[in-house]
Design a binder for this molecule. Structure first.
Ligand code: FES
Ligand code: FES
Length: 149
């Protein structure tokens, strides 16, 4: 049994403590915005926030996140108002197939919390998510737009 706080709500889930958070979010909690890409902490499709820190949920055993605040893409907007990263994403028409984008947005939201005005070098160092559609230029433009919003 694990006791999780996801997007401000408590969930008691009956899982092995070694189960990756990603699968608990998708299969027990029912939040499928967080995606599976590689399963080995390389692609970032599964990125969520754990106590505000971007975390690759495919490689985080659920036992390590009990008692922490977990935020998924479904919890990023507040009171029906999109996060500034989500707004910039729409304005810059960033997604193509969309598969990587929830993780990308969560990684960017965490980056901007730490570095409100990131340089291109900050972006290169901080956003290592992989997009197989090659949206990297749009991602960079939208990050700069969100940073000046
Ligand atoms: S699925 Fe987690 S980093 Fe790729
Ligand atoms: S938008 Fe298709 S993988 Fe990134």
């Amino acid at each position: 049994m694990a006791r999780l706080t996801v997007n401000g709500q408590q969930h008691n889930v009956d899982v092995d403590p070694n189960t990756p958070l990603l699968w608990v979010l998708r299969e027990q909690v029912g939040l499928t915005g967080t995606k599976y890409g590689c399963g080995i902490a390389q692609c970032g499709a599964c990125t969520v926030h754990v106590d505000g820190v971007a975390t690759r949920s495919c490689s985080a055993p659920v036992s390590t996140v009990e008692g922490k605040q977990i935020t998924t893409i479904e919890g990023l907007a507040q009171n029906g108002v999109l996060h500034k990263v989500q707004k910039a994403w729409i304005e810059h028409d960033v997604p193509q197939c969309g598969y990587c984008q929830c993780g990308m947005i969560m990684a960017v939201a965490a980056l901007l919390k730490d570095k409100p005005k990131p340089t291109d070098a900050d972006i290169d160092a901080g956003i290592t998510n992989i997009c197989r559609c090659g949206t990297f230029q749009q991602v960079r433009a939208a990050i700069h737009a969100a940073a000046s919003a």
